[in-house]
Design a protein. Structure first.
Length: 340
């Protein structure tokens, strides 16, 4: 019995040792393999997350930043760059464009990741298949002006059979087509020209009227060019601005809309603490005076939330109009585009 007992104990100890050894080996294997896998996954995720933001805006100027709004102030003061850096974006490339269609082309081609522009070109691009999402409406007060040549038309009705210079695909394009429709003017010709070219053509008398906005419009009016109309008289024809992001960028950085809008809000809060400096910044960028900027782009019109009910209603109306007039290729559900 003693011998038998001795043999059974020895046998038990052998298996117990084997189990312990196997366990230790398993721990060693887990410790040796898991960290490298986790490290690999983290490295892969880190490699996918972008460190560069390519951002476009409308309006080429000597400061090479957006020339107004919380975005312009934020980039000018470095507030937005600093906020983005906290989330891995260490480089921001800013590119100015003369109009919205040119900017959307760069967005579609992948040269831009995000940008702010007028609602009309943003809608037209999305309706044509651009892979973007709308993440904010920084402003809902984009005013188009219809200005005639000197000695020419004195009313909108006088433009029957006349030639009007527009920036095709811009919010001003939508404004003038809507205006002429409301006024019953059906026989007219629209020609695409960038504003500097259109101004020169108007001065020569090559066109009968043009659409303009902002500082350039005020300057023309001050020079004696007849103002036939502006969008303040037609609330349904007021444009809004749009900030869009490519689907490709969002796939790599899904938190970008939230981070962007928080950075923009921080810039706006700072802007409101330095109103005089802000107006001077915008005036310098646009080549005018702070008094003019206070008139055409007051701080009170800068939105402090990504979206407002009034803004969404305006952009929905713009989309419906563009579809009806066949300026946008197809209709779509705004909820599929807007990313709140």
């Amino acid at each position: 019995m003693k011998t038998t007992h001795h043999k059974n104990t020895k046998h038990g100890r052998f298996w117990k040792s084997a189990v312990i050894l196997a366990g230790l080996l398993a721990v060693i294997v887990v410790q040796g393999c898991s960290p490298s896998k986790r490290t690999g996954d983290a490295a892969e995720a880190a490699a996918d997350k972008p460190t560069v933001l390519n951002y476009g805006y409308i309006g080429i100027n000597k400061l090479n930043v957006p020339s107004s709004g919380a975005e312009g102030w934020g980039f000018h003061k470095g507030i937005i760059q600093e906020e983005l850096k906290k989330h891995g974006i260490t480089q921001v490339n800013l590119t100015g464009f003369p109009n919205g269609p040119d900017q959307t082309e760069s967005l579609v081609s992948g040269r831009l990741d995000a940008g702010s522009l007028g609602d009309t070109p943003a809608i037209i691009a999305y309706a044509s298949g651009a892979k973007t999402r709308l993440i904010s409406q920084p402003s809902t007060y984009s005013i188009g002006y219809l200005i005639a040549k000197k000695g020419g038309a004195k009313s909108i009705k006088d433009l029957e059979g006349k030639t009007i210079a527009i920036q095709k695909g811009s919010f001003m394009h939508r404004y003038v087509v809507g205006l002429l429709k409301q006024e019953g003017v059906k026989d007219y010709k629209l020609v695409h020209m960038l504003i500097p070219d259109a101004q020169a053509a108007l001065a020569r008398g090559d066109v009968d009227a043009l659409t303009n906005n902002g500082v350039q419009a005020i300057k023309q009016i001050d020079e004696g060019y007849p103002l036939l109309d502006d969008a303040t008289k037609h609330p349904d024809l007021i444009g809004t601005s749009a900030t869009v992001v490519s689907d490709a960028f969002l796939a790599k950085f899904p938190d970008f809309p939230k981070i962007w809008n928080e950075a923009r809000k921080k810039a706006l809060d700072d802007l409101k603490q330095h109103e005089d400096e802000y107006y001077q910044f915008v005036a310098d960028a646009q080549g005018t005076t702070p008094e003019v900027i206070k008139k055409i782009s007051p701080i009170s019109e800068i939105k402090d939330t990504p979206f407002t009910d009034d803004g969404l209603k305006l952009i929905e109306g713009t989309k419906d109009f563009l579809v009806e007039e066949k300026l946008a290729k197809k209709d779509f559900d705004m909820n599929d585009w807007v990313l709140k």
